[in-house]
Design a protein around this ligand. Structure first.
Ligand SMILES: [Ca+2]
Ligand SMILES: [Ca+2]
Length: 179
């Protein structure tokens, strides 16, 4: 056997030992096999199940909307979409209970495709339920010419995590979801 072939065999054996040993560990809060081949996520992504969905709060680093979306996709998820008051309230409570109620969080909402027409990038669907803060979305234009096209959750005035359109280049926390 070639050195390379031997190396692959050893790597595969180690993988199956590690994988096999962990199979007995029922990880109900983790991304499962059906989400793709990236099974390493089974043990690394703490997800919380709320209703039909499981959520991951991206609270260990801040990133712009694109990088946040990429991070969620890499881990078999999408940036979150919010389709009902109940879903909104559950997610808000989860964020607040986690101690991050005063932070900003990206969702998958955006009107980059057509100004003023927001949709959820995660599902391709237009917004059916909305929870905009007063005066939002205002598509504010900044000095550098950038306008607001990405939907964040933000407790702007102490009235809860309402929706706001903000520049997609803004770096903040984010919420990933998986069904
Ligand atoms: Ca906009
Ligand atoms: Ca705004």
């Amino acid at each position: 056997m070639t050195r390379l072939g031997c190396g692959i065999l050893v790597a595969m054996s180690l993988y199956s030992i590690a994988y096999g040993a962990s199979r007995g560990n029922d990880c109900s809060n983790c991304v499962d096999d059906s989400l793709g081949s990236n099974t390493i996520n089974r043990w690394t992504m703490p997800l919380l199940k709320l209703g039909e969905k499981r959520y991951y709060l991206g609270i260990f680093f801040k990133a712009n909307w694109y990088k946040s979306a990429q991070y969620c996709r890499y881990h078999g998820m999408h940036l979150a979409s919010i389709s009902s008051q109940q879903e909104n309230d559950q997610l808000e409570k989860h964020i607040r209970d986690s101690g991050f109620g005063l932070e900003h969080f990206w969702t998958s909402g955006t009107d980059q495709g057509e100004e003023g027409h927001f949709f959820w990038m995660s599902t391709g669907r237009p917004l059916t339920f909305t929870n905009w803060n007063a005066g939002e979305p205002n598509n504010f234009r900044y000095e550098n010419g950038e306008e607001e096209h990405c939907l964040e959750l933000w407790n702007r005035d102490g009235k809860g995590l309402k929706w706001n359109d903000t520049p997609c280049s803004f770096e903040t926390y984010f919420v990933c979801e998986v069904n």
